[in-house]
Design a protein around this ligand. Sequence first.
Ligand SMILES: N[C@@H](CCC(=O)N[C@@H](CS)C(=O)NCC(=O)O)C(=O)O
Length: 202
Amino acid sequence: MTLSIYGIAQSRTFRTLWMAQELGLAYEHVRVGFADGGVKQESFLAINPNGRIPAIKDGDFTLWESLAINLYLAKRYGRGLYPTAIEEEAKTWQWSFWGMSEVEPSLTTWAYNTIILPPEQRDAAKAAEALKALATPLAVLEKSLAGRDYLLGGAFTVADLNLASIMFRVRGFDLAGQAKVKGWLERCYARPAALAAIKLRG
Ligand SMILES: N[C@@H](CCC(=O)N[C@@H](CS)C(=O)NCC(=O)O)C(=O)O
């Protein structure tokens, strides 16, 4: 079967590319972007009607939503990244959904208003408010990492990949008060697959 990954590495497609690298998958990278309107083309809307990246086609099977894609790939193609115990699987969902609901919205607001938007369109107050809101999930994560190197314990899994990839930009934060989050992010991003995916961002 041929796996096609749609999207550009500078977007949330980074998450899927990182996973594909972890699993050693052969894939076709279809560079659909948003700046050039690629995501709104009919041909891509047939794959993801939301007009967003990433999306994949695995043979005849189509899937969108970055974290769902990673859960699917990890479960389907193994290599130990998907937990076998039901409770650990549930924790994997917990951290993935938590990252998307508790971390990603504030982090995106912060990134838009500090890095992504042209300087004249940035709102410093919004950025400050978003940064303040991130303190709560960061404290939760710091506490959860006590006595463990990874979210589920001693081994890196798709739970770590999903959350760490959401937190890409947190690596640039001053994490002096969150030493465990800092160490965990460093461990995740030192992985050869993460480095290879970062390289694809150009
Ligand atoms: N929840 C979706 C969000 C996807 C998303 O918003 N992707 C952005 C790129 S990072 C996009 O395609 N934006 C295009 C647009 O909004 O026009 C996921 O995680 O896959």
